[in-house]
Every structure is written in structure tokens, then in C-alpha cells.
Design a protein around this ligand. Structure first.
Ligand code: SAM
Length: 288
């Protein structure tokens, strides 16, 4: 069943058999490329010791492969109309729990706890593109016990997450994710790997969640405010971009901050490393 599921013909047949109506606004683009499925599974290096959290099952194409390889799979799917289909496509597996909820409204830690799961999980998903960033940030900020995430994303978002400083894609999303994770692009995914074809190109990315944050900072809220403020006006100098941003200190104090941090305030935000932002955060209290 699982090898057939990834073919365009079987996917279409199942959709037709159940009279399932694909909902574009839920990002329902189902994967029909066996090679890409295998790349995802390989990148996640799934073994019989692993518990996998999948977000968005679709008709269960990736889910069934995960069930074959993992000890246990927990899948969150918002669309209740997919449940009868999953009942059929995943009928061979005993190691699956489907949670019919909106992932953004789900307390993931609580769900895992209530299922008796108290080990690190791997997140493997072909994400609904309309909420890619909120899902990733939710998992990271809520400290879900995750070792690695292998995710299919819209190409632009994956490139922004993976970007290094002084490149055009580098911004607050790169820093927000890299604060927690090492990032690696796994493969490009052609549009014809999905039914229906999405309007955008896709990439598979691997995020390895580190035990420790990339930099040590006392005030995370301030760190992220400085990061967001530095990219608020990308074409301006970092000093001008930060001046007047939310409740940050005035221009004079910010100038002092750059001086004591030994960072040129005429640079653009995109040239600063995550360590530079940490330095600014640590020195901030000394200029107030
Ligand atoms: N994993 C399947 C595959 O690869 O073919 C489906 C991937 S499809 C891109 C995204 C899936 O996420 C859809 O099944 C959609 O219904 C589901 N989804 C959309 N929004 C969701 C949400 N807020 N919470 C949970 N699942 C959601």
C-alpha cells in the first residue's frame, strides 16, 4: 500500500473514492514523488527507537513510510474529512496516533505527555505553506523536546532560514531559527512532485536542534527586538533602522551602544552575525 500511495494514480483514485475535496487554503498539496519521500526519510535517519511527530498527514503518504521505519508516529491533521481516508491507508499500522486538531492551537508538549511519550521526538513534515513560520517558531519557542526536524518548505522560506549573514536572504527568520538550530538544505523539490502542483518551488530542509542556544543571552526578548528592529528598514544603516523601533532607547544611547560594542553603527543589519546581536543585547543595559 505505502509504495502505491505515492503514485499520482493512487492518490487521485483515493481522493475520488472518498469524494474528498482538496482545500487550497489548508495548503493541501499531496506528495507523489517517491524519491523525495525517501530523501526526507533518509535525512531524518529514522530508526525503530524514534518517535516521530508529523504535521499534516494528507492521505497518509509520508505517514505510512514513517510508520514503517519509526517506533511510533504522532500525526496532527486539521481536516476531519481526511480521517476516513487515513483509516484505510494506515490500517496496517498499530504505531500511529492521529490528533485531529489545528497544530497552532495544540499544546504539543501536553499531547505528547498524554500519550506517555517522554523521549526526544523527530519532526518530519510536508508543511502547509500558509503557516510554515508560525509552526517552526511554535515548536522552538515552546521548547518541544525535539532533536531534529526535516521539513518540506516553500523555497524562499527555506533559503531565508538557511541564510548566512551578508546575504540577501539573511534576516530575522535566519537568526530566530539559527539561534536554536543548525540548518542544512537537503534537496530541491520540483512542482510536479505534488497533486495539485503548488505555485511555488519547494525545498527540504533539516534543522538540527542544539542542546544549547547558539549564543548565551540573559534577555531573549531584547535580543529579538534588536534583531527585528535592525531589519525593519533594510536599506538604512543599523542605527537608523533601530532608532524609533518599538520602545528601544533613543538615537544617542544607541550610538553609545554601538561604540561600546565596537560595532560600526553605519553598517546594515544584514552584515551582523548572531554573535554581534548577542553582544549588543548584553551591552544594552549599560547605556540606559
Ligand atoms: N503529508 C502530506 C503529503 O506529504 O502528501 C500532506 C501535506 S500537505 C502540504 C499539508 C497538510 O497539512 C494537509 O493535509 C492539511 O490539511 C494539513 N494542515 C493544514 N493546516 C493545518 C493545521 N493548522 N494543523 C494541522 N494540519 C494542517
Amino acid at each position: 500500500m505505502q509504495t502505491e500511495l505515492s503514485s499520482a494514480k493512487t492518490t487521485k483514485n483515493i481522493i475520488q473514492k472518498y469524494g474528498f475535496k482538496l482545500t487550497k487554503s489548508l495548503g493541501q498539496n499531496f506528495l507523489i514523488n517517491e524519491n523525495i519521500l525517501n530523501e526526507i526519510i533518509e535525512a531524518a535517519d529514522i530508526t525503530k527507537d524514534d518517535v516521530v511527530l508529523e504535521i499534516g498527514t494528507g492521505i497518509g503518504t509520508l505517514t505510512s513510510k514513517l510508520c514503517e521505519r519509526a517506533k511510533r508516529v504522532v500525526a496532527v491533521e486539521i481536516d476531519k474529512n481526511l480521517l476516513p481516508i487515513l483509516n484505510e491507508t494506515l490500517s496496517a499500522y498499530q504505531n500511529i496516533d492521529i490528533i485531529n486538531k489545528d497544530i497552532l492551537k495544540t499544546d504539543i508538549n501536553e499531547e505528547l505527555k498524554s500519550l506517555g511519550i517522554n523521549q526526544k521526538v523527530k519532526v518530519v513534515a510536508n508543511l502547509p505553506y500558509y503557516i510554515t513560520t508560525p509552526i517552526i517558531m511554535k515548536i522552538l519557542e515552546e521548547n518541544v523536546n525535539v532533536s531534529v526536524m526535516v521539513l518540506m518548505l516553500q523555497k524562499e522560506v527555506a533559503n531565508r532560514i538557511n541564510a548566512q549573514h551578508s546575504t540577501k536572504d539573511y534576516g530575522s527568520l535566519s537568526i530566530a531559527v539559527q539561534y536554536y538550530c543548525d540548518t542544512q538544505i537537503i534537496c530541491k523539490v520540483p512542482k510536479n512532485s505534488f497533486i495539485p502542483e503548488p505555485n511555488v518551488d519547494s525545498l527540504v530542509i533539516k534543522l538540527t536542534v542544539n542542546e544549547k542556544r547558539k549564543v548565551e543571552i540573559e534577555d531573549e526578548e531584547l535580543f529579538f527586538k534588536l534583531v527585528r528592529g535592525s531589519f525593519a528598514k533594510r536599506r538604512k544603516t543599523i542605527l537608523n533602522s533601530l532608532t524609533g523601533y518599538e520602545d528601544l532607547a533613543d538615537k544617542e544611547k544607541l550610538e553609545k551602544l554601538f561604540e561600546i560594542s565596537q560595532i560600526d553603527s553605519k553598517r546594515r543589519g544584514e552584515t551582523l552575525t548572531i554573535q554581534d546581536f548577542a553582544k549588543l543585547t548584553q551591552n544594552y543595559k549599560n547605556v540606559l
